[in-house]
Ligand binder design. Structure first.
Ligand SMILES: *Cc1c(COP(=O)(O)O)cnc(C)c1O
Length: 503
């Protein structure tokens, strides 16, 4: 490839960006690819590497004509309700193109070389503003998603609880897990292990426990009998008091099946904070998508949901997702921590003199506070989107998503063939707790077994299958900035009605 090729490619790339933007703006009639497109795309994949390459022009044709038709429209259609996928705001899409074109490596804070680390740090501050957390939360980093953010939170927590255990025992010959390793630290502290106390934690939290040496089996359920999401504070207290394991308490701020919250107001978070302080435990919040309930207005219709996010500022660390409710492209998450130096103690990239930034700088080098050394400039799409739409713009997005979720939930409650879940006695009681996720099942057993498959086979909307209290169920998660409740609701109704009729 010569320089002229590169120039021509760059020009074409500009035109292509315009074209892709147009494609992404076109109304989509389906959200999943049809079987023929998938078959065609699979057949087009090469068996081995072509020695000389097929060239840019043919590659471009191949990607656009063979592969793209076999993609789902999870981000570019508002009618995709699987998982929690979000979309991409126009400002975020624009900025993501810049990220690829300029390919900044956000690694070391080098003030004379690039503004990238300044932008990243500023973006964290804007996020803290958006989430109304207070300036002591302006520490953290951008990650690949909430899974990575949970790993960071548990790693920082592990460092803190072990160091505190050493201090309380008066041990000084071992410093920390990051320095001396888990095994020596635990022995010196006289601890039998590590544990996490939680209620309905996301699977990624359990995965993080496996990675970080807590062990998946040491994630303990401390819920109230009969309400698997609410903390039994007496049980938390007795675990902390009697266990010989150092502990992290993890709050599910938005449970994936129901969108419900593990805490129900400031009082719950204050009680957890008090227990964690008393027993030197760390308080982590997994707020991947739920934390955005903090953006809601004071309208009383949001009271129940907003309570689930109250007092989160009392935690020690928070995991959040960018590629869900913030509507920036994959992959993007954020990790916030109230303790300025904790991440450095774990993630410092020690002994690499050539990588030292300006040590007097107030902005830490990203490679010292997160998993990666080299990495993508993930903050720019977040920056662009926050600057473009502000907190009012994001508030309107979330509120419109809730409006649609509540229209659907209320309609399902009255439907002769569907159950709106969890089952409650009145429509008001159901609807006031609905955030952006609607859980439901079919009354008919036979239909219910195939419900998600039948809905998804229409290709026009997509819902995730799940299970609820031992029965299959469907989960409809709304998270796209393109949602327009009045336009989307009739489509959802039409499809669910026709599936119920056996069409
Ligand atoms: C989605 C989600 C995660 C995992 O996030 P990824 O972005 O997929 O890594 C963790 N916790 C909760 C509550 C989630 O909803």
């Amino acid at each position: 490839m010569n320089v002229n090729d590169v120039k021509a490619t760059a020009k074409e790339h500009g035109q292509l960006q315009e074209k892709l933007w147009e494609i992404s703006q076109t109304e989509q009639s389906t959200v999943l690819p049809d079987a023929a497109s998938l078959t065609r795309a699979r057949a087009s994949l090469p068996q081995s590497l072509d020695r000389n390459g097929i060239g840019y022009a043919e590659t471009r044709r191949h990607v656009l004509e063979d592969l793209v038709p076999a993609f789902n429209k999870s981000s570019i259609s508002p009618l995709y309700y699987g998982f929690v996928t979000g979309g991409i705001t126009p400002a975020a899409l624009f900025a993501d193109g810049i990220v690829s074109a300029y390919d900044q490596n956000v690694q070391v804070h080098l003030t004379e070389h690039t503004i990238a680390t300044d932008v990243e740090y500023t973006t964290l501050g804007l996020l803290v503003d958006l989430l109304q957390l207070g300036c002591e939360w302006h520490n953290g980093t951008f990650t690949t998603g909430a899974t990575a953010s949970n790993i960071l939170g548990l790693a920082c927590g592990r460092e803190y609880i072990l160091r505190t255990a050493l201090e309380r025992k008066g041990v000084s010959f071992v410093k920390s897990a990051g320095e001396s390793g888990l095994f020596e630290t635990m022995q010196a502290a006289g601890l039998a292990g590590l544990q996490i106390l939680s209620t309905m934690p996301h699977s990624s939290l359990v995965k993080s426990a496996g990675i970080l040496g807590f062990g998946r089996a040491n994630v303990k359920d401390v819920s109230i009998n009969g309400d698997p999401l609410r903390f039994d504070l007496d049980l938390v207290e007795s675990e902390l008091r009697t266990s010989n394991k150092a502990t992290i308490v993890a709050v599910s701020c938005g449970e994936v099946n129901t969108g419900y919250f593990a805490t129900g107001g400031l009082g719950d978070m204050q009680a957890l904070r008090k227990l964690c302080d008393q027993y030197a435990a760390w308080l982590h919040v997994d707020g991947a998508f739920g934390i955005f309930a903090r953006l809601l207005s004071d309208d009383p219709q949001y009271n129940a949901v907003k309570k689930g996010c109250e007092g989160i500022e009392l935690a020690d660390s928070i995991a959040g997702d960018g590629h869900k409710m913030l509507n920036v492209p994959y992959d993007c998450g954020f990790f916030l921590c109230r303790h300025k130096n904790e991440a450095f103690d774990v993630f410092q990239n020690a002994n690499a003199a050539y990588l030292t930034g300006n040590s007097a700088a107030s902005i830490p080098s990203p490679l010292n506070i997160g998993l990666e050394n080299s990495r993508r400039f993930r903050a720019l799409p977040v920056y662009a989107s926050l600057v473009a739409y502000g907190s009012t713009g994001y508030q309107a997005m979330v509120q419109e998503q809730i409006r649609l979720a509540r229209m659907i939930a209320g309609w399902l409650f009255d439907h002769p063939k569907y159950n709106a879940l969890p089952e409650v006695t009145s429509k008001e009681a159901l609807v006031e707790r609905v955030y952006t996720i609607v859980l439901f099942s079919a009354k008919d057993e036979e239909l219910n077994r195939q419900l998600a498959a039948k809905v998804d086979a229409t290709l026009r909307i997509f819902v995730s299958g799940t299970s609820w209290q031992g029965r299959p169920a469907c989960r409809l998660a709304i998270s796209n900035w393109r949602v327009q409740a009045d336009k989307d609701f009739p489509v959802v109704k039409e499809i669910l009605d026709s599936v119920a009729e056996g069409a």
